[in-house]
Design a protein around this ligand. Sequence first.
Ligand code: ADP
Ligand code: ZN
Length: 215
Amino acid sequence: MKLILLGAPGAGKGTVAKLLTKMDGSVQISTGDILRAAVAAGTELGKKAEAAMKAGDLVSDDLIMGIMGERLKEDDCKNGYLLDGFPRTIPQAEALKELLASMGEKLDMVVNIDVPRDVILDRLTTRRTCTDCGAIYNVKSNPTKVEGKCDACGGAVVQRDDETEEAISNRLDVYNEKTAPLAGFYEKEGMLLTVTATSSDAVIDAIKAKLDAAA
Ligand code: ADP
Ligand code: ZN
């Protein structure tokens, strides 16, 4: 399947994407993960992205389209992909539309994961991320077995730089201003599925039902 996962920071896009990859061999493509890896490795890309990310602002559309133009042409995309955190602005959505048309590809749907703001705030402040494999934990609902150490790979599990209260509040404002309008964009394209849910299993069920109905 080829899906876009839309939703505010903390809506559970990453978790849903990871569950979906297990169903049919699609790959998860997270621009946030790609950028964090570039920052950690100190590449040119990382240097350009770092300041914006730390403040919870968006990285420029040009930089993102450069990354995604390459990424979507890689071999592992043949079995489908789940776009997590991309597109995030109307210009990115327009550019993606052109890119896919030029590649002769079509998305199955755009899933908008709608979660109440208070749930999101609580999740983001308690979220912890593995610096090596990207696994996501939660100090309240899903802690690591050993504090600060990833169950899956043993890597360091930490709070992200952009998960301070100030950066979180900025990310939510940026989301409402720049990314939320994408729901209307894809609604017009006839591709939008909005799921109001607080559990990732409920989101998966809604996606499956919709894919089955379309098949
Ligand atoms: P979340 O969805 O939890 O906010 P991500 O991991 O998707 O976080 O992204 C982290 C940061 O990376 C964003 O705050 C932003 O600075 C940058 N980023 C990721 N994807 C994009 C994108 N498509 N366009 C612009 N900036 C992006
Ligand atoms: Zn790990």
